[in-house]
Write a protein that binds this ligand. Structure first.
Ligand SMILES: [Zn+2]
Length: 287
């Protein structure tokens, strides 16, 4: 039926399709067992992008200004213009400042916040943007588990706040603290939570505080990361999200001494730029 040349051509085509199929399955499998967590280089502030094995995404804070947008562009899949969940841990400008641009650039399905308020202009602008875009938002409270990927058991376990109303609280005190879990691996995100809240968490949850990675509270300020909390979380790696030569002197020497004394290595965004960690549910590696 087919000429000899045509047969060769068809065989070649079949081979190509077969190889492409194998490559496709390979990359799909790559995608399906890796959780990516990127501590974005946003200068003096926090912004952490998480992508579960199923592709679901969460952004915890947006730094200050619009740096988050270019940082996200480098870690998100090409052309991706949506994020499933955004958390604003507390209403300080170095955490929520960039979220206005995030809401302008990305379709966001849910917004989670502690309910602490601020008189700042950026807070009012963000409130207006959430209203304008009609983004469903809820108050994050201890006991909530945000499942990003049920099949792979990837979730963000909110540990704090555990009270109903924090609207009049000092903003750092109201910080949403949570533990991101994938299989046997976990990362503690403490926003700018101060040592008295760390102590409270030890008192309340000491058994579940142990993690692989701890993002040091408040950009490595001496107001967070007590020795007790470092011991309770016992991270293999600490991450510091802070700007180079920032005016607060973050990270403070006392904190670097504390982690040094406990032999906890650290990586900092002011030194490495965006730090990308990958977990396969057994082990996390950060670069
Ligand atoms: Zn901060």
């Amino acid at each position: 039926m087919f000429k000899r040349v045509e047969k060769k051509y068809i065989a070649f085509l079949v081979l190509i399709i077969f190889v492409m199929g194998i490559l496709y399955l390979y990359f799909i499998n790559q995608r399906t067992n890796i959780m990516k967590v990127a501590f974005l280089d946003v200068g003096q502030g926090d912004s952490i992008f998480i992508q579960a094995p199923n592709g679901a995404q969460m952004l915890v804070d947006g730094g200050r200004g619009s740096r988050v947008i270019s940082a996200l562009g480098k870690v998100m899949p090409f052309g991706d213009r949506s994020i499933d969940v955004v958390i604003g841990t507390h209403p300080d400008a170095d955490h929520i400042g960039g979220l206005v641009d995030v809401f302008n650039m990305y379709e966001v399905d849910n917004f989670i916040e502690p309910g602490a308020t601020s008189k700042s202009k950026i807070y009012k602008t963000l409130e207006g943007k959430i209203e304008e875009k009609k983004i469903p938002h809820i108050l994050g409270r201890a006991g909530m588990k945000i499942y990003l990927d049920k099949e792979s058991n990837v979730y963000f376990d909110i540990l704090y706040p555990d009270v109903v109303d924090v609207s009049r609280w000092e903003t750092n005190d109201a910080s949403i603290v949570g533990k991101l879990v994938y299989g046997n691996t976990s990362i503690m995100l403490t926003a700018d939570s101060p040592t008295n809240k760390e102590n409270y968490l030890i008192y309340k949850n000491s058994k579940i505080l142990d993690v692989d990675i701890l993002k040091l509270g408040h950009h490595g300020s001496r107001t967070s990361s007590s020795v007790q909390f470092l011991k309770a979380t016992s991270p293999q790696l600490a991450i510091i999200s802070a700007g180079l030569n920032n005016s607060y002197g973050h990270p403070h020497k006392e904190v670097l001494d504390n982690i040094g004394n406990l032999d906890i290595p650290y990586m900092a965004t002011y030194d490495k730029g965006t730090i990308v960690c990958q977990s396969n549910a057994v082990k996390i590696i950060c670069k």
